[in-house]
Design a protein. Structure first.
Length: 201
């Protein structure tokens, strides 16, 4: 069955039978944000939104269309659970939001080296606080081990943000590229995911 992003859906059956639906549904359920970087998925959601609202209500969820131009699934119950950004993901997200405003990175297409993320984290938090947050230990200190744990925590945070659709990872150059329009506030997207789970204990 061919998918036409300009088609009009008249029933929920048509939406669910569209070949695009399974992958998009899975991404939404795992907390991804879908914007115009993925134009086919974004157009699909634009056209199917009224019908999908009814569909997701059965799961105590709401298909939200953010003011900044992206779709995400907002869980309002416990059936699908709620995705909470980790502390490391929030820290990395905030650093990326700051770096994205730097003209030097805009000239590079928004490509940000992981080493630059690490150095900005240390600059913003200070070495001691960074170690306490990302490389906690109960006894003694080992600079080499601390550096390794910090890098592992940052890599894990980057992978988590990538799964949510906030960025893509260029492993060859050990850098990340933020998704969406460079003028779109990245930090606000992170806050949305965090607020989505603010009721969790």
């Amino acid at each position: 069955m061919q998918t036409d992003i300009d088609r009009t859906y008249t029933s929920l059956d048509q939406v669910i039978l569209d070949p695009l639906f399974p992958a998009i549904d899975h991404r939404l359920r795992t907390g991804a944000h879908i914007d115009m970087d993925d134009i086919r998925s974004y157009e699909f959601l634009l056209q199917a939104e009224p019908l999908l609202q009814v569909f997701y209500e059965g799961y105590a969820c709401r298909l939200a269309n953010g003011q900044e131009g992206y779709f995400y699934l907002l869980s309002e119950g416990d059936l699908l659970g709620r995705r909470r950004l980790s502390g490391a993901e929030m820290l990395v997200g905030q650093v990326l939001a700051l770096l994205r405003m730097d003209p030097a990175y805009l000239k590079k297409g928004g490509q940000i080296p992981v080493e630059q993320i690490l150095s900005h984290l240390e600059m913003l938090l200070g070495r001691q606080r960074l170690v306490e947050v990302l490389a906690p230990r109960t006894r003694g200190r080992d600079a080499e081990m601390d550096n390794r744990k910090i890098r592992e925590a940052v890599d894990k945070a980057i992978n988590g943000l990538a799964r949510l659709g906030f960025l893509t990872i260029d492993r060859a150059s050990e850098s990340v590229i933020l998704a969406g329009n460079p003028k779109r506030p990245f930090a606000s997207r992170c806050r949305l995911v965090r607020s989505n789970s603010s009721g969790d204990s």
